[in-house]
Design a protein around this ligand. Structure first.
Ligand SMILES: Cc1cc2nc3c(=O)[nH]c(=O)nc-3n(C[C@H](O)[C@H](O)[C@H](O)COP(=O)(O)O)c2cc1C
Length: 356
């Protein structure tokens, strides 16, 4: 996520470094609002009648086959540190058969010589790799320029991120969000790659899901409330009244569980991101209607603590959790979780009934 009226690449690089440090620190999580994924209880099946090895977590997303319904959400690019992180995360995704998202490619728009910090195909030839660009930046660019951006890093799809709440707090952030729908329509029609409509921590409402569906877009990423607060990240970097507003709006957004549930019957492929921290969170999101779960900050922390090996180990743990939940509910595949018996708590139920 990087808006830049000032168009300076050192400014973007500094912001990217700040983002990594703040998100890894754990100081910018939502404070008083959770994902509501803990309000989903899956019903245990004591007689599953199959071998655990029969569980098949394979999932198709954006035309690629994943070995498990897990995605590393887009985080970074634009600096040497970001390049090292991108390579390790993409290599882990490739090894485990997961999806991987690049951070906003805005830095390589402003400074094309930074393209190398986003290149991961040498270490991740087969993984699902998703590019990333803000809808406001995309509006200002020609489709052919965006095509070039995608081609240069060899992505399978482009996440177009919507980030209104954080932009309001970010020093110098965007204010003009007109033309978003037209931009999505243009890219969907002309890019030649699937696009993913992605939030950045405040969640997608049913109305936005309906817009995506009407435009013919197939895939969305909820990035809902309950995990990393991007208002929180920018509040830490803001001053004066912007900081005050950020403190007030820190917990703004639709909880991830609610966002997934509100979009579940629209026929979209939903990547549930925002506050997922383990395999149970992923399984609960799948039970609410997601196709895959996405994780950002926890993967960054695993990388900080243990490098590439730490990331592989953390993600294997997440996958084991999804497998356990699938098996113990009597399901054979993650998609069967959607119809598995479940109990939904009152707050999530209220969101699903009243936020339509
Ligand atoms: C360090 C960091 C940088 C991020 N940068 C981007 C970005 O450039 N573009 C984007 O769409 N989302 C970005 N995100 C948002 C994540 O993709 C994700 O939607 C959000 O952090 C919620 O997931 P989480 O709670 O697992 O962190 C970033 C997240 C982190 C932690």
């Amino acid at each position: 996520m990087s808006q830049d009226s000032h168009n300076d690449s050192p400014g973007i690089q500094k912001r990217k470094s700040d983002h990594l440090a703040l998100c890894a620190s754990g100081e910018v999580e939502f404070r008083n609002k959770g994902t509501l994924l803990d309000e989903v209880a899956l019903v245990h099946d004591a007689l599953p009648d199959r071998h655990v090895d029969e569980i098949d977590l394979g999932t198709t997303l954006l035309g690629k086959r994943l070995k498990a319904p897990v995605v590393i959400s887009g985080m970074t690019g634009g600096t040497p540190e970001a390049s090292a992180i991108n390579k390790d995360l993409a290599r882990a995704a490739d090894k485990l058969g997961l999806g991987f998202g690049l951070g906003s490619q805005r830095a390589m728009v402003v400074a094309p010589d930074l393209g190398w910090t986003y290149r991961v195909r040498d270490v991740a030839p087969n993984a699902l790799v998703m590019g990333n660009l803000g809808v406001v930046q995309a509006r200002q660019m020609s489709t052919s320029a965006i095509k070039e951006l995608c081609k240069e890093v060899g992505v399978d799809a482009l996440c177009v991120h919507l980030a209104t709440s954080m932009e309001l707090i970010q020093p110098g952030g965007d204010r003009d969000f007109r033309g978003g729908r037209e931009t999505l329509a243009r890219l969907h029609g002309e890019l030649g790659l699937p696009i993913v409509v992605k939030e950045t921590g405040a969640g997608l409402s049913r109305r936005v899901g309906l817009v995506a569906k009407q435009l013919g877009i197939r895939t969305v990423d909820t990035s809902g409330a309950g995990g990393t607060s991007w208002v929180g990240v920018e509040t830490k970097r803001a001053e004066g009244n912007a900081k005050k507003l950020g403190e007030e709006m820190w917990d703004w957004g639709i909880p991830t569980g609610a966002s997934v549930g509100l979009l579940a019957d629209l026929g979209l492929d939903i990547i549930a991101t925002g506050g997922l921290r383990n395999g149970q969170d992923v399984a609960h999101a799948l039970a609410l209607g997601a196709t895959a779960g996405g994780l950002a900050a926890p993967v960054l922390r695993a990388h900080r603590d243990g490098g590439y090996d730490g990331v592989v180990s953390f993600l294997e743990h997440v996958i084991n959790g999804v497998r356990a939940a699938t098996f113990l509910t009597g399901c054979r595949t993650p998609s069967e979780l959607r119809t598995a018996p479940k109990v939904i708590g009152s707050t999530l139920k209220a969101w699903l009934e009243q936020a339509r």
